[in-house]
Write a protein that binds this ligand. Structure first.
Ligand code: ZN
Length: 318
């Protein structure tokens, strides 16, 4: 893979053709095995294809689809969705919550897990190759305490395997670091095992918030200082934080010069988030969120950095 190409579910594309990109979405998933919410069964591809029309109309061109094994990942379905919607899709390979690990993973060696990632990246399944590792999960903790968080033993093995697979293939690693502010603990494990933190994306940086913006920047700025990406991928999840709160934090990070290392997305994984069901749809970033950034002084160049340049540098091989 040359460093100017990106692997999508329909084959390699020129990195210059990636265009505006949502960096953490689910187009085909069944998170209900974990959440017990029927709303989490997003398995109607005709519905998703119809919903993606609004995404394209708003200006979106590509989606990084990060559904892990164990909650419905189906690369063949993603290829069909891409072919029929015209949206370029990059598929992640990863594992989710420990309760959803496949049986083989529980007894596998770290090398076997790394081999599995490498196989999905280099060969793929039914001709569909993964373009990155993600979303790689460590457990949620309901307190915002970054310093007290530790990965479970099984999670740590999977993260070590991801670091090894990254060294062998050069792909990026995108994580799920929700609620417990797990980002630094994840980076610690990856760093100890030789991962390139400049190609690691810490996900769900906006899953919840303090009222004091400085406490939130205290989490994000050291992630950026370590070279990793800070992903604001729960835009529209107003039950967790108001989008205006997210916009305030992003505007602060832009003013500090971090546009190239911040990415945007809406982590869609519920039927109720679809327009047809009264939800905000895959176009929410353009129709609702970008105006909030603009009134806070975020420039078009900074928006392009977050939607185009940063996803391109995450996906294009080193
Ligand atoms: Zn997700």
């Amino acid at each position: 893979m040359a460093n100017n190409t990106i692997v999508t579910v329909t084959g390699e594309i020129n990195a210059a053709d990636l265009g505006p990109t949502l960096s953490h979405e689910h187009l085909y998933c069944d998170v209900s095995v974990h959440s017990s919410r029927p709303d989490n069964q997003v398995t109607d591809i005709d519905l998703v294809i119809a919903e993606l029309a609004a995404f394209r109309l708003a200006g979106g061109r590509s989606i990084i689809e990060v559904t892990p094994e164990g909650i419905g990942r189906d690369a063949g379905k993603l290829r069909t969705i891409s072919e029929r919607s015209g949206v370029q899709i990059v598929s992640g390979i990863a594992f989710y919550d420990e309760s959803t690990y496949p049986d083989w993973l529980r007894t596998a060696t770290i090398e076997q897990i790394a081999d599995y990632f490498v196989r999905e990246i280099e060969e793929g399944t039914d001709g569909v190759r993964a373009g990155l590792i993600g979303e790689l999960m460590s457990h949620n903790e309901p307190v915002a305490n970054a310093s007290g968080y530790r990965l479970h033993e099984m999670e740590e093995r999977v993260f070590i395997a991801a670091a090894q697979a990254q060294k062998r293939t050069g792909v990026a690693i995108s994580t799920h670091a929700s609620l417990g502010r797990a980002g630094h603990a994840q980076l610690d494990v990856l760093e100890r095992h030789g991962a390139d933190l400049g190609r690691v994306v810490i996900g769900h940086c906006d899953a919840h918030w303090h009222t004091d913006i400085d406490l939130d920047l205290d989490y994000c700025l050291p992630i950026l200082a370590r070279g990793a990406y800070c992903q604001f991928d729960m835009i529209g999840w107003t039950e967790l934080a108001a989008d205006t709160t997210r916009a305030d934090r992003i505007a602060a990070l832009m003013a500090l010069g971090h546009a190239g290392k911040v990415t945007l997305s809406t982590d869609t994984c519920r039927l109720s988030q679809m327009h047809r069901n009264g939800g905000r749809g895959f176009d929410h970033v353009w129709t609702s969120f970008l105006p909030e950034l603009r009134v806070r002084g975020v420039t078009e160049a900074q928006i392009d950095s977050m939607l185009v340049d940063a996803p391109r540098s995450i996906l294009a091989a080193a």
